[in-house]
Design a binder for this molecule. Sequence first.
Ligand SMILES: N[C@@H](CCC(=O)N[C@@H](CS)C(=O)NCC(=O)O)C(=O)O
Length: 382
Amino acid sequence: MTYRLYGTPGSLYTGKARSYLIKQGVPFENRAAGEARFRAEIVPKIGRWIIPVLETPAGELIQDGSEIIAHFEAEGRARLPAYPATPLHRLVAQVFELFGGEGLLRPAMHYRWNFDDTNRAFLERDFPAALAPTGASEAAQAEVFAMASGRMRKAMAGFGVSPETIPAVEAAYAEFLRLFDDHLAGSPYLLGGAPSLGDYGLIAPLYAHLARDPYPARMMQRTAFRVWRWVERMNAADQDAGEYGCPPPELFADDAVPETLKRLLRFVAEDYLPEVEAFVAFTNAWLADHPGLEPGTNGMPRTQDRVIGQTAFAWRGHELRVNVMPYRVYLLQKVQAVVDEAAPPARAAMRALLDETGLSGLLDLRVARRVERRGQLEVWGA
Ligand SMILES: N[C@@H](CCC(=O)N[C@@H](CS)C(=O)NCC(=O)O)C(=O)O
């Protein structure tokens, strides 16, 4: 048996794992989450309906894109290591795993669900194709779409997309595209000639939603051609960097962080750090209200619950109300671990880069109890 990746073509987080497997040359099959076996055998073992799930040839299951990558990296199986070996690159990669996976959900949801004239006919086919049981009737497929799209439209509000915030969501995304496109003028990937963890974080929203749904895809092609090409490249097994003269498949020399990348980091500071501050503060208050939590539990009524509450923060002239998810703390801890575990000179260099780009809050914002992953779920540590 080969590896099997259970997910859907239109799933944000499946795109991260898929890109990684392609880039590493891991032989795998894309499998649909609508398969009877997924629901009957895999979901009960994972403890909730969630994609992606990787099934290894030995039958082991791994849910979560970050964990799937960590699995191959730990085995030393990566032909292009996702975790850079030098301190600044390692840190930048980890920051973009967090920001890519969790910080671009506003544009991803907005450009998927608020452009029905252009997107709906496609989504009506695309969702059931991967989510409905094989051979489902037209009526059953329509029901699957109605249910899934209804949930997702509702979820969009939990990320802070509302009629009032839409102009700011669009302006922020246009700025992000411009900055990333500028950066890609100098290199085919975020950190040079090879993909790393930061690229896998960013591909999550930038592929399935923003480069594959009809409305945002055209927009990306028209306004951010290099980002469009990077999306293609992130789904190609080879370096796919002919227009760059096929540079060596290596990261920037001397742990360099070019000015264009610093501008992207400053964008993260402006766009996403206020949300990190808000969810860390909320999480600490929530933990203070739940003093007796058993380590290894999520403190919620059901193991599958992922949202512990809602918080508000000021963002581009609006007050955004967003869901708070411990998973985001889990990825934030990974950023902090990179710095905490480094030798003092490397730590000082990382701190200096974060200070320079307005991101030092990422190191200082800590929660009172660690978020850990056990049995494929996010749970509270001791
Ligand atoms: N932390 C997970 C998040 C996975 C996730 O949220 N996946 C979405 C689909 S892209 C999902 O399964 N949502 C559950 C649902 O729709 O009920 C990961 O990175 O793999």
